[in-house]
Design a protein around this ligand. Structure first.
Ligand code: FE2
Length: 205
């Protein structure tokens, strides 16, 4: 399978003034594209390249894992931004936020804490746990992601310095606040949750 860099779902300047065109350009064109190019190079002579990306992530270690997971994480990340519109949690997602995390305020507090306290490079995630049937917030180091843990990713924020340093320098906290207050895409999270719950229903039905 030849992997393709998905187009950004919005214009390069669509996240301004919270994330600049320059910040997004380097993040997407250099980092995201770079992971794809390195993944292609690593898998050049490997039969693994025929597998779906998620399967490569679940079954690989070392460089292949890092490049595959970082490629997947960034493709997921761009969809977590909703420029120019305010979205709110709705339906089953809103109910689960209330019962699992103390509503949207509880979510904001816990997600910000996970993102701020992730030491070094990594990611903060809102996930659905199929075992407990609750929402959970986790942070992961480097390229790691919830697919390895059998959790369903609903939303993420990249807290590698390359994600915010041009705009926010050392101030990760303000970058996280801008995401939570102005950019977060609750519609994407709700779609991810319904898709998973519908698949589960079909499998069990
Ligand atoms: Fe990144």
């Amino acid at each position: 399978m030849k992997f393709v860099l998905p187009p950004l779902p919005f214009a390069m300047d669509a996240l301004e003034p919270y994330l600049s065109r320059e910040q997004l350009y380097y993040h997407y064109e250099k980092h995201h594209r770079g992971y794809l190019q390195k993944l292609d190079a690593e898998l050049k002579n490997s039969e693994k390249r025929m597998l779906p990306l998620e399967e490569i992530i679940r079954t690989s270690k070392g460089k292949v894992f890092n490049f595959a997971a970082q490629f997947w994480n960034h493709s997921f990340l761009w969809q977590c931004f909703a420029p120019n519109k305010r979205t709110e949690p709705t339906g089953r997602l809103a109910e689960l936020l209330d019962s699992s995390l103390g509503g949207k305020d509880g979510f904001d507090e816990r997600f910000a804490k996970a993102a701020e306290e992730e030491f070094g490079s990594g990611w903060a995630w809102l996930t659905y746990d199929p075992q407990t049937r609750r929402l959970t917030i986790i942070s992961t180091d480097d390229a790691k992601n919830p697919l390895q843990m059998d959790l369903v990713p609903l939303l993420t924020l990249d807290v590698w310095e390359h994600a915010y340093y041009l705009d926010y320098k050392h101030d990760r906290k303000s970058y996280i606040a801008a995401f939570l207050n102005h950019l977060i895409n609750w519609e994407f999270a709700a779609d991810n949750l319904s898709r998973y719950l519908e698949q589960r229903k079909r499998r069990s039905g």
